[in-house]
Ligand binder design. Structure first.
Ligand SMILES: NC(=O)c1ccc[n+]([C@@H]2O[C@H](COP(=O)([O-])OP(=O)(O)OC[C@H]3O[C@@H](n4cnc5c(N)ncnc54)[C@H](OP(=O)(O)O)[C@@H]3O)[C@@H](O)[C@H]2O)c1
Length: 282
């Protein structure tokens, strides 16, 4: 397969993260080994998983059996909602490393802020992530689904500032307020569900813009996100669609096309996942 090299973005630590990766949400553990192995075979070098997805062990097997050395693959995982208390965070993180067959992750995130649980104490899990960073077992640390108010708490109280903000972002929910705040703080934004869980593939505007560049609607959505500077990791069980999603760096969208895509913004109506202010499930 011929593909353009994948660009990298620099983390505040100076480490490089591939701007395109592979997502594993709702990838059944039964098929995760095959699906992730296939993605690695196609050239993906950045895998996003989470304790919640229950497929870290199969992700670990896939990269380990790929023949890649550890430094050739960027591995992210996330602290599950039931694991915010320090001892549970420490135990579950040790299990994450075991499952992923590694002694460090490239990035570890708090998965959800859970503002109505744990007395809304966002610093409690963050202090433990700082510990993992200091130990070198998480090479970068950050947060997922943190709203501007949640980020402010960390900015004001963290000893080690968060390096990455992973939030839902796609043309229907550009999520600009939290992206702007993260950018000003020097954080990298990762856009989760960059295809709006498949909706983008059927969008007539994205399809018509794509015709000009010989790109599919999905490829246009991913290119728009990466041209905004976000890191993406679309998920697909199909080899063809994994390949399609990988081939996005061989053209640039015009400024006018970028603006037309940004105008698809539906605000809250465009959200596909839970709202971080009200998501309080363990
Ligand atoms: N931090 C968080 O709270 C959070 C939340 C959600 C997601 N994430 C991360 O972000 C990743 C991506 O998000 P996501 O999996 O929710 O959604 P997504 O990547 O936006 O979309 C995945 C859906 O789109 C379909 N699809 C993929 N490529 C396609 C293409 N080229 N043409 C047509 N359809 C296509 C897939 O179906 P097929 O499999 O049939 O191709 C699947 O149904 C996750 O896997 C996970 O790693 C993080």
């Amino acid at each position: 397969m011929l593909a353009c090299p994948i660009p990298h973005v620099l983390l505040p630590t100076g480490a490089a993260m591939p701007q395109l990766g592979f997502g594993t949400y709702k990838v059944d553990p039964e098929v995760t080994f095959d699906v992730v192995s296939q993605a690695i075979e196609l050239g993906y070098r950045h895998i996003d998983t989470a304790q919640m997805y229950a497929n870290e062990a199969q992700v670990g097997q896939a990269w380990e059996q790929s023949g890649l050395s550890r430094d050739q693959v960027f591995l992210t995982s996330k602290l599950n909602n039931g694991n915010h208390q320090p001892e549970r965070a420490r135990d579950s993180f040790a299990q994450t490393l075991d499952d992923l067959r590694t002694d460090y992750v490239d990035l570890f995130l708090i998965h959800w802020p859970l503002p109505s649980l744990y007395d809304g104490d966002l610093m409690m899990p963050w202090r433990v992530l700082e510990e993992f960073f200091d130990q070198g077992r998480a090479r970068a640390i950050g947060v997922s689904n943190f709203q501007p108010d949640h980020l402010k708490v960390l900015f004001n109280h963290a000893e080690i500032q968060p390096m990455v903000s992973q939030v839902e972002a796609h043309p229907y929910l550009p999520n600009n307020a939290v992206r702007d705040m993260a950018r000003h703080a020097g954080m990298v934004t990762q856009a989760w569900s960059p295809l709006a869980r498949g909706r983008a593939a059927h969008d007539p505007l994205l399809a018509s813009i794509g015709e000009k560049y010989g790109a599919s609607a999905s490829q246009v959505a991913l290119r728009w996100a990466t041209m905004r500077g976000d890191v993406v990791f679309p998920k697909s069980l199909s080899v063809q669609r994994q390949q399609e999603n990988f081939m996005i760096f061989d053209y640039e969208l015009s400024e006018q096309d970028m603006e037309s895509i940004s105008a698809l913004d539906e605000g809250e109506a465009g959200r596909t996942g839970s709202h971080p202010d009200t998501m309080n499930r363990l």
